[in-house]
Write a protein that binds this ligand. Structure first.
Ligand code: PA5
Length: 443
């Protein structure tokens, strides 16, 4: 189990000594992080989480997941941002993008409360109508509009379907340990609750109950997930490691004007991991008019949409390619007697080999086109490796954010749209702001 940093495709863009020049900086960021003396140090609960987590709660999560798998056909997970992306990313990475209809015996997991679309909500309600359902509502604050609306809808749905008593046996709330609307409601209604620790921010919370309950309910082994994270935690306990090389490389490239990072993977199961990465890095680094813009692609799919830009467009980008040594599954191309499509040169080759050649060919083409490539090599697409990968990206994000000179653990910018939305929706207390906005909108 490992994530290996390969810097060979940075040749011509970054000199080896440039890593030496920033090594003191990396060490300083490591010390600040581990001594908890930097900005945002109240939110470092994720740092030792792979070892230092609530074992009693962990056992309760496994028990609840087992109950959900026994009494439900569908689990509706309500949450947004950090209370959504990690669980979905892990489930699709370990299962498949078709996890909702691959195996008819498997629990289906639907995610709601991550948008404000009535159409989407109706589609999920229709899927749940004749099924046995459980609900996991996840919100640290308990006041997030998107998830609060969805929970209002699903609370009513569950109470109509099972009665108030029956519903409370099937609703699980993951929230603050003591405060907030959702915590108060859960206590009043008698829902089983799980805790989002005070010192773990949303985007760093996938290895808490936020991610663990949905992941375990979907049938994946959360013991192995934690084992992988433990290994990463141990591997990155000292400064000279591959995780920090990745953080250093990002910052070296950023300082040369490479302000966009494109996360690329050749496995479609990685699609939602890209979304998780974008939140983690976007919310952590994009502040004070600084930051690397996190973008993402799945190849070879997106070579047919974004390939032209990456090869030949504005040269302000670098790519980070995540590659797996072992595919989770494979397919061998067969020979055709008439070779009607001229593809017999691929006969008897596994798709994984063809995919690998596509990757190598693409990296070389993009490097020739002026795009530095970082290659991160991981082993297999399983729980242990996923735990390792999650921790790798979290820790690299913290180091990278400190190198950039920002507080990687706050997100002051996400409030502005909410204030405008509440004002425009006529929420009490926002009257004056509403008038200003209506003038701007010309209404
Ligand atoms: O990373 C974050 O802090 C955010 O993305 C939150 O997770 C998101 O806004 C949801 O917040 P809450 O869990 O309070 O509903």
């Amino acid at each position: 189990m490992a994530v290996k940093f390969q810097g060979k495709y940075l040749n011509g863009f970054v000199k080896p000594e440039e890593f030496d020049y920033v090594s003191r900086e990396v060490e300083l960021c490591h010390d600040i992080l581990h001594q908890k003396s930097g900005a945002g140090s109240d939110f470092l609960g994720w740092l030792n989480l792979p070892f230092d987590y609530d074992k009693e709660e962990f056992a309760r999560i496994k028990k609840a997941a087992e109950k959900i798998r026994n009494d439900s056909e569908v689990l509706v997970v309500i949450g947004i941002g950090g209370s959504y992306l990690g669980a979905r990313a892990a489930i699709e990475f370990l299962g498949s993008p078709f996890y909702n209809n691959l195996d008819s015996n498997k629990l289906k997991v639907y995610f709601v409360g991550n948008n404000i679309s009535g159409a989407y909500l109706n589609q999920v309600l229709a899927l749940c109508k004749d099924k046995e359902v459980s609900v996991n509502v996840i919100s640290k604050s308990g006041t997030t509009t998107e998830s609060a609306i969805a929970f209002r809808v699903f609370k009513e749905f569950m109470e109509e379907k099972y009665g108030k008593e029956g519903a409370k046996e099937r609703i699980y709330a993951t929230t603050d340990k003591a405060r907030g609307t959702l915590k108060n409601l859960s206590t009043a209604e008698g829902y089983e609750t799980f805790v989002i620790p005070d010192d773990v921010g949303g985007r760093f919370s996938v290895l808490t109950a936020v991610g663990l309950l949905p992941i375990a309910a979907a049938g994946f082994d959360i013991d192995k997930l934690m084992l992988g994270a433990q290994q990463a935690c141990t591997d990155f306990a000292q400064p000279d490691n591959d995780c920090y090389k990745y953080a250093a490389a990002r910052n070296i490239l950023y300082r040369k004007g490479k302000v966009t990072e494109i996360m690329a993977c050749y496995e479609p199961n990685w699609q939602m991991m890209n979304e998780w990465y974008k939140q983690l890095y976007g919310e952590s680094e994009g502040k004070d008019q600084k930051g690397i813009f996190p973008a993402s692609v799945i190849f070879s799919t997106d070579l047919h949409s974004m390939g032209q830009f990456i090869q030949d467009g504005n040269r302000n980008l670098f790519e980070t390619v995540v590659a797996f040594n072992k595919p989770c599954d494979d397919y061998y191309v067969k020979a055709d007697e008439n070779n009607f499509d001229g593809l017999n040169f691929l006969a008897d080759q596994p798709m994984s080999e063809i995919n690998k050649k596509a990757m190598q060919g693409t990296i070389l083409a993009h490097v020739s086109g002026g795009v530095p490539n970082i290659l991160l090599e991981a082993d297999a697409m399983d729980e242990e490796n996923l735990g390792y990968i999650i921790y790798f990206f979290e820790k690299a994000c913290a180091i990278s954010g400190y190198m950039l000179g920002v507080n990687p653990f706050n997100q002051p910018g996400v409030e502005d749209y909410k204030v405008n939305m509440f004002a425009l929706l006529g929420k009490p207390g926002y009257e004056e702001h509403r008038e200003e906005l209506l003038k701007k909108l010309g209404e």
